[in-house]
Design a protein around this ligand. Structure first.
Ligand code: SF4
Length: 283
């Protein structure tokens, strides 16, 4: 069996930063809560909780504790609310997400109708929207675009994990809605790189494994890209793998979302090695 592993794999820089901040705060403060799950990956969350990093679920209430804002960011009003309760709030918002928040705020203040291309219920998008005083419009599908009125000035930003193809298709349709349109490409380069690798893998292999949380937007998008072309399985943990999927003459591809730990890749490689002799390439 030939195995192609798409690089980079494992955590992206934003996720690494948020986890290392949570660990540092835990060792300094003795107790730490993250405001929502730190990453969209149940396996990682389970390991963090064993270390003592607890999750404060939506609308949870704590006073006088150490709290971490996760990489996806949070509405500013929520951060202020927790501060007023005497909590110490540490901000691990990824700098790339922070940049989208700042741009959305800038556009809103300068009288642009802010359009965010992304998933309405995703925490990152909810956070960005708050920087427009909730006056922005979230576009998830073409029906959302049909509902947009005409505006003299429109400013467009993207959820960082959108696929470039999807975002550009939406931008084309929004173009007729405004006289002056400013577009900021806020898609994360690490996400774009993984999307490109997914396309490349789909030309090289006959079966692909996408490793990562089922609730992770960027991981789901990798699955969509690959499954359009080849047999693809989205795997959240090793137990989901069925050995009967594989044959000795398979060319198999592995790709991970940005919140998938390296050791999950290693675990899958070990399992495949136990099935057939394996020739491994990084792509
Ligand atoms: S995927 Fe990109 S934007 Fe999102 S946390 Fe990682 S580095 Fe930041």
């Amino acid at each position: 069996m030939i195995l192609y592993i798409a690089t980079p794999y494992g955590f992206c820089s934003g996720v690494k930063k948020s986890i290392s901040l949570a660990e540092k705060v835990l060792s300094n403060e003795g107790e730490v809560y993250t405001l929502g799950a730190l990453v969209h990956n149940p396996k990682v969350i389970e390991e963090l909780s064993k270390k003592g990093i607890k999750i404060l679920e939506k609308n949870g209430f704590v006073e006088g504790k150490a709290l971490i804002v996760r990489a996806h960011g949070l509405p500013q009003r929520d951060i202020e609310f927790y501060r007023t309760l005497g909590n110490k709030v540490y901000d691990a918002t990824c700098p790339l997400v922070k940049k989208v928040q700042i741009l959305a705020e800038y556009l809103n203040k300068n009288k642009y109708k802010v359009v965010i291309i992304g998933e309405k219920n995703h925490p990152e998008v909810i956070g960005i929207l708050s920087y427009t005083d909730d006056q922005g419009i979230v576009v998830e599908n073409e029906d959302d675009i049909k509902k947009i009125e005409n505006y003299p000035k429109i400013g467009i930003v993207f959820q960082t994990t959108q696929s470039l193809d999807n975002a550009l298709q939406k931008v084309n349709l929004i173009m007729e809605k405004g006289k002056e349109i400013r577009i900021f490409n806020t898609i994360c380069p690490e996400t774009i790189e993984r999307q490109e690798k997914a396309k490349k893998l789909s030309e090289m292999v006959d079966l692909a494994l996408v490793l990562g949380g089922k609730n992770s937007a960027n991981t789901r998008r990798l699955y969509i890209t690959l499954s359009k072309k080849i047999t693809t399985y989205h795997i959240e943990n090793i137990e989901e793998i069925d050995k009967s999927w594989f044959k000795e003459d398979n060319k198999v591809g592995i790709i991970t979302g940005t919140s998938t730990p390296n050791d999950f890749v290693e675990e899958v490689v070990e399992l495949l090695k136990s099935l057939y002799p394996l020739e491994i390439h990084l792509v």
